[in-house]
Design a binder for this molecule. Structure first.
Ligand SMILES: [Zn+2]
Ligand SMILES: [Zn+2]
Length: 229
């Protein structure tokens, strides 16, 4: 909070002479002492803006006759980053939160902007599920995904089942020849959250998958996706 105060205490505590007229003929000097006027005339306070309010100013008069000026500066309602005048402010189309341009705060989905909370409601996906889709798109087997995500099978199976229920992936083939394929809606979720998750462990996972694929390709041992599954 920044506080700025203006005072009028500079108006003397001096004793000053005044020329006084008595009866039309006689004049004399009288000495008067000015009262020291030491009071605030303007107080300026800068505070963080309220959620869902772009910016604001408020002026109030105090009982002592001073003016109090309150300036509200905007911050991103998700990450708390200060929004400068030159920054593009984005509003969640559901809750009206103001968001900065960071892809982890403002998530664009089918032409509209959402905060992470409401993007999740429209296209829910966990980090592990994103990794599974990323692995399948890169033609990895479930065992390879399990190893690269450092996940236990007990965690992988329900995440996979959920992706199937919400229509993001589909099981193709039967028995030993079965494999999973990512459906259009799964690709949409993967693309939407790619940027949103880049500041997390997702970035590390993506680079690990890249290194693994280069390594396999280099060995000449990488088989087509259908064979590995
Ligand atoms: Zn933000
Ligand atoms: Zn929202």
């Amino acid at each position: 909070m920044a506080l700025l105060t203006f005072r009028v205490s500079e108006i003397l505590t001096l004793t000053v002479p005044f020329f006084v007229h008595h009866d039309g003929r006689n004049f004399s000097w009288r000495w008067f002492r000015l009262e020291n006027v030491d009071r605030e005339i303007l107080e300026e306070v800068v505070l963080p803006g309220n959620e869902r309010v772009l910016a604001g100013k408020r002026y109030t008069a105090t009982a002592a006759g001073a003016v109090s000026k309150e300036i509200r500066v905007p911050f991103c309602d998700w990450c708390g980053r200060r929004l400068g005048e030159k920054d593009r402010t984005i509003i969640c189309c559901v809750c009206r939160r103001k968001l900065c341009e960071s892809p982890s705060c403002a998530i664009a989905l089918e032409g509209r902007n959402y905060c992470p909370e409401h993007a999740q409601q429209g296209l829910a996906i966990s980090r592990l599920q994103w990794k599974i889709i990323h692995g399948l798109i890169n033609v990895l087997s479930l065992d390879e995904i399990k190893d690269l995500t450092h996940t236990k099978r007990d965690d992988l199976v329900p995440a996979l089942a959920q992706l199937k229920i919400i229509g993001y992936i589909e099981k193709k083939g039967i028995s030993l020849f079965s494999h999973y394929e990512v459906l259009d809606r799964g690709v949409l979720a993967w693309r939407t959250y790619h940027k949103a998750f880049t500041d997390s462990d997702i970035a590390y996972f993506v680079s690990e998958v890249g290194s693994y694929l280069r390594e396999v390709s280099g060995r000449g041992a990488k088989k087509c996706g259908g064979e590995r599954r």
